[in-house]
Write a protein of this length. Sequence first.
Length: 295
Amino acid sequence: MSLYPPFYPPAYPMANPPPLVAERLLVNGVDLGSYTYMTTDVSSLLSVAARRGEDVVVAGRHGQIRRGGRCFDAGEIVLPMWVVGANPDGSIPSGGMEQGFFRRKDQLLQLFYADEVVLAFRRPDGLELSTRATVAEVMDFTRRHAEPLAAVSVALTLPDAFWTDTQDVSQSITGVTGTSAELTAFAGSTAPIADARITFHGPVSNPQLTIGDRWVRFNGLVAAGRQLVLECGHWRATSGAGPAWDPSEIQVYREPGPAWLEIPASYTPLTALFSHSGGGSATVEIAGNRKFLAA
């Protein structure tokens, strides 16, 4: 007699998983994963910029005093790759591969030494990120005589510190003073969002938006039909759509600063509180792009 008879669990229908999206790395729109430019290691895309400054050392005291709220420095990445005198699909160009190599080498230099260099990375989950870049070191090529290919490592500085989701998102809160809502559109970001655009729709008096212990307020009246746009990344107040008017930046108050309002990184949705005076209902719109510490 068998002590362990065969056991057949019930079968349940299973949905097919969504298809994966192929990874793709581009510089100014040119693919760095083709037969022309073969990036051999993208590990540095996962590196995170360090924070600026240091903790405080006190004489006679163990350890250090931690300084909170330190900003992130510029990021650094290195992209080793092969430059091949072939077409992106692997075919041989007219004139041969040796001539093609020098054309591709010149194109690569033009791409990375352009006034504006933008890296774009598409992840397998479909998220598309971008960041600006600057060549940090001399690009030294390694090539043997008469070969139609060469190896080069491109060291880059990322001045923006973070990668930006290319999809612009927005979310509105409408209600009387004290109305709150979860910012689901910004959930999942791994870096703070310091360049959000906040639009107060009139009529509304002394509108304030609060996220955690951070808040921004306009001390004044936004008349009916008008808008007040606060560009947090540029400390700029503009009239937005509707009738033009001249809001003043000195009427904008915030805590803790220096950004007018910074949306902290959070895997789950953060809660935003909309308050204002004068009674009635009003609307505020928060717009921007999610930020990521690494690609």
